[in-house]
Design a protein around this ligand. Sequence first.
Ligand code: ADP
Length: 403
Amino acid sequence: MTASATRVLVLNSGSSSVKYQLLDMRDSARLAVGLVERIGEETSRLVHTPLTDGGGKRERTGPIADHEAALKAVAEELAHDGLGLDSPELAAIGHRVVHGGLRFSAPTVITDEVMAEIERLVPVAPLHNPANITGIRTAQAMRPDLPQVAVFDTAFHTTMPESAARYAIDVETADAHRIRRYGFHGTSHAFVSRETAKLLGKDPSEVNVIVLHLGNGASASAVRGGKCVDTSMGLTPLEGLVMGTRSGDVDPAVTFHLERVAGMSTDEIDVLLNKKSGLVGLCGDNDMREIRRRIDEGDQRALLAFEIYIHRLKKYIGAYYAVLGRVDAVVFTAGVGENAAPVRAAAVEGLEELGLVVDADLNAVRSDAARLISPGYARVAVAVVPTDEELEIARQTYALVNA
Ligand code: ADP
């Protein structure tokens, strides 16, 4: 890497999509952002937005066969803006990798050995790690000389004590199959808990925070002094809060029942709980905007779905309050957390005895900034902190290659 290399490309590779951002780490400025979706279909689409000279959004539609073709198209778009991936200014490529197991508690430069370990984790992340691996291989082929860094969704949660991470099942069976709570969205929980400390004018080591990452996927975490001590997602991202399409917590015996009584296969149950449950299963919609619109029109199914979502959220706030003992802030983030004021208000309603109050006027403000929504007198801060997983991945990647 040359001294002038200050750019980081962040790649988030899904099974049929690649999201990317190019950042300049001198000032964390975004130079370009984009997305390739429906890879492998006839109707693939690339949306690229250069942010350097106010150039507008560009779109390509038509078949993009695989991840290699997708990354090639991205490289062409970047080159068009004078930001080509062959530039000596590119310092590294940072990859979001969903599952790092117990081994990876920090961002890691990708070697053959690291790749082998990410592959070894495929059985515990069958939906995510294979796509991440494909993304890494494709990027390596394109710039074999460049450091490629893996930033793991699970890393922030590796500080959880065994009492939180272990399920109460037979230890030998659990260990043989690496069954335990890993947690996900860690990059977001790390970023948001740190930004919350900043908002409170404190060092992360001084504050205890409950982070509520409410996107289409949703998870809560309890963070004590900058370290995660519990989180709601488990072996997989299915556990915990009610999500857009995932059930979150259910009695595990529901799955036996579905198999024995409803005659469903394991794969069918997997699809039911991951794709057809949560808000979409309860009311047919997983977009909180649509659910709120339906509630305003008097739709009872949408109202019940909202109430179930809030009930679960409140249970986790209470549980993590008890886990932490002292809470300095409860913070909302991601699509729902950052935008849905009614969710924030309902989640802490009635929790005044715990020191939790939302100021209706502050809560109604729409803003992209990190902000407090609790009144000045409140014992516990309630905050909205926009998450920025790409910036966090870029920061961690850049810090590692400059270490
Ligand atoms: P993910 O990264 O998990 O796909 P996001 O964090 O982008 O999800 O969140 C997407 C969700 O955020 C949408 O499904 C929708 O429910 C919610 N959302 C986005 N904008 C708003 C809004 N203005 N009001 C309410 N909910 C919103």
